[in-house]
Write a protein that binds this ligand. Structure first.
Ligand code: HEC
Length: 103
């Protein structure tokens, strides 16, 4: 019995310690939002599918909190009135696929 409790707690705590950024975001929804609102502009300045902007050497986003800030900046710049949920969804999608920050 004690053993089970120990493992339950271990799993519980490891999830807290290793929680990935934007865990509550939905990458699927984020992908659709990015494709609809963001890609065409990035693609016109960076070519291809626009994802080069996230992967370039001198990219401006260096941390997961920086990523969220940048998502908000571009979002505000083009006047989308996204809710925080959508910002998280987009940040999750961009992080899972490009930035891959661990925390
Ligand atoms: C009107 C053009 C335009 C649109 C639309 C746009 N962006 Fe951007 N975005 C830019 C430009 C230009 C930069 C580069 C800024 C720089 O280098 O200082 C950028 C940079 C970024 C970066 C940082 C890339 C890096 O260097 O790490 C992210 C993330 C980003 N945009 C997300 C988004 C998201 C999410 C949307 C959709 C809500 C969006 N952008 C829509 C023009 C746009």
């Amino acid at each position: 019995m004690k053993k089970i409790l120990f493992f339950v707690l271990l799993i519980h705590y490891s999830q807290i310690c290793f929680a990935r950024p934007f865990e509550n975001g939905n990458a699927q929804t984020g992908k659709l939002l990015v494709e609809k609102n963001c890609v065409s502009c990035h693609a016109s300045s960076f070519g291809g599918d626009g994802s080069g902007i996230y992967l370039r050497d001198d990219r401006i986003v260096k941390t997961s909190s920086g990523l969220l800030t940048q998502v908000r900046n571009c979002n505000t710049m083009i006047g989308l009135k996204w809710f925080e949920d959508d910002e998280l969804n987009v940040a999750r999608y961009l992080n899972d696929n490009y930035y891959k920050f661990e925390k």
